[in-house]
Structures are given as C-alpha cells and as structure tokens.
Design a binder for this molecule. Sequence first.
Ligand code: ZN
Ligand code: ZN
Length: 160
Amino acid sequence: MSCYSCCSCECLETPLDFDAAVAAETRFTWRLHDVCHSNIGWYTDKTISDQQLLEDWIAKDAFGAYVLWHKDDYCEIHSMFHMRALYVGKGQIGKRLLAHWKGKDFSAEMLVYWTFLEMPNRQAKYCEQLLLDTYRVPLNKAESTGELLLCAHFTQTEVD
Ligand SMILES: [Zn+2]
Ligand SMILES: [Zn+2]
C-alpha cells in the first residue's frame, strides 16, 4: 500500500539528489532534511488572518534559505502529513515571509507552512539555486528547472 494518494513518494524514503550535490560540491554541513524541517511555522491566507504571527517571527531577524509548503495529504500507516513545496527562496526570513504573505495569493492553499534554515548569504544562494535546479517548485515558475517534486513528511508535532 502506498503512503499518499496525491503523490508517489513514501514517508520513509529519503531523496538523495540534493544531498549528493551538497556533499560533492561544498563543505557545508546542512542537508535537505535541515532545510525542510527547521523552524516550522505557518500562516493563513491574508483574507482570513492577521499579521501578528509573522511579526513575532520578523523580530528574530534571521537570514537564510526557506521553503513554503502546502499540507495536502495524510498517511495513516505512518501518521505523517504530506507537504508539497510551493516556493523556495532566500533572504531576511521575516521580511520575505511578510512579502509573500502580502503579495501572493495563497487562497487556494489557505494554510501555508514555512521552514527555514539560517545560513550566510552565499550559502543561502547556493542552497536556493540547488533546490531550484533539482526540483520543480510551482510558484518559482521560470527559475525552477528540476524534474522532481519536492515533498516533505511532517509529524503531528511538526504541523501543530
Ligand atoms: Zn507513510
Ligand atoms: Zn510526495
């Protein structure tokens, strides 16, 4: 039996392409799992939420690479949520998240999750570029040339 109806990925499989490139090309210590499971937060579409949650995050002044996610399925076998990457970016996290919240129409997704990993600008550039080269991320459109879909699997604790 497969984990998800919306996707062919499995909860327990780990995608290797991104990590293989980071290991071969750099001496950075972070891996895909760190980018996709660190500093998990969420916001709702601007039509149904206020800014307060975000402003709490902006105060942290973090810089790094981030991913926006849509929670679109659940695996009953492993009790995991399927997260599909919507957008990949880098920069001052709080500012970027606020700009996304104001500018993009997430109304189809309603609830948008984010993850980010703090890292210096040059590492963040590399991280963002490698994600876009490896994966096809719907809201990055033209810059996103990869073949694979970027998924993550969150536990109940991670989505709360
Ligand atoms: Zn599963
Ligand atoms: Zn998937």
